[in-house]
Design a protein around this ligand. Structure first.
Ligand code: PLP
Length: 283
């Protein structure tokens, strides 16, 4: 697989392609030592990035929350174009954009793009669905909205807790996680947005809970509304997920992974996943 990986870094005012195994930052980069930075994972389909703009808009917002200078759309587009050059149109990819504080002390941030094929396991989960466990995050539901230092709603590089939650799920035989607040309110997955269908409406937790605003749920809700399927930002609990007609974890690359088991309890989807998939399909 290593021949299929691509890397580009912004250096001296230009996007520079770098062999995938070569270093691109120094050991002093603050993204490495402190996770001090932001990122995006952008789907590549048919050799294109059809949802790049939504990701760049979120990158700009995340960078502002961390008081990082966003290098701007032309830089990101040049980096994306560089990694996409000669990428085979029939290979589905994930393009990661990273912006770190670099060396700090007012020096320019580090901006780079990576591209790799979508892992087979991601495709399997998209097609076959996932087993999910609910885990507590231990934060009161309204706290992050009033605590900017917790960086709620920003897609930061500090994902060690998110990855640990996934490892915990794997250790108990599940694929993924839905995180809950101290009071048991639904938040999000470690790398996804929770969506459930109930009472003829698609629901997702309110952004005031400090969760990341998902680009995939935004696209789904816009298209569902156009298609006559009502949508709502609704507080919910794990009990609401058990009672729902269907539950999905949404993200840009895996898309809608239907939850077939929740906390060890098998559950169905009332045949709604096909409609969600159709709404998320690239036109
Ligand atoms: N929530 C978190 C914490 C995530 O990491 C992600 C995906 O990266 C999402 C939600 C879903 O976001 P998107 O649909 O833009 O991929």
């Amino acid at each position: 697989m290593s021949d299929q990986r691509r890397v580009a870094v912004w250096r001296d005012g230009a996007a520079v392609a770098v062999p995938a195994d070569e270093p691109v930052v120094t050991a002093f980069d603050q993204g490495l030592g402190r996770g001090d930075g932001v990122f995006e994972s952008v789907a590549v389909a048919g050799g294109r990035t059809p949802h790049l703009d939504a990701h760049l808009a979120r990158m700009t917002r995340s960078a502002a929350v961390l008081e990082l200078a966003d290098p701007g759309r032309p830089v990101w587009c040049a980096l994306v174009d560089t990694v996409l050059a000669d990428w085979p149109a029939d290979v589905e990819g994930v393009c990661r954009l990273f912006l770190t504080r670099g060396l700090g002390d007012g020096l320019p941030p580090t901006a780079l793009a990576l591209l790799a094929p979508v892992p087979a396991e991601t495709v399997r989960q998209r097609n076959e669905g996932i087993s999910v466990v609910s885990l507590g995050l231990g934060v009161p539901v309204g706290f992050r909205a009033q605590a900017p230092w917790l960086l709620g709603g920003a897609k930061t590089l500090s994902y060690a807790v998110n990855m640990a939650a996934l490892r915990h799920a794997h250790s108990v035989g599940a694929d993924d996680v839905v995180l809950t607040s101290l009071e048991g309110q639904l938040l999000e997955g470690p790398t996804s947005t929770a969506v459930w269908a109930a009472g003829g409406t698609l629901h997702t937790p309110p952004l005031e809970t400090g969760i990341l605003p998902g680009t995939t749920v935004a696209r789904l809700f816009e298209r569902a509304a156009d298609d006559g399927w009502p949508t709502a930002y609704s507080p919910g609990t794990v009990a609401d997920l058990h009672a729902a007609d269907a539950v999905w974890l949404l993200s840009g690359v895996r898309l809608a992974a239907v939850v077939h088991t929740l906390d060890g309890v098998p559950r169905g989807d009332a045949g709604l996943t096909a409609r969600v998939r159709a709404l998320l399909a690239i036109p």
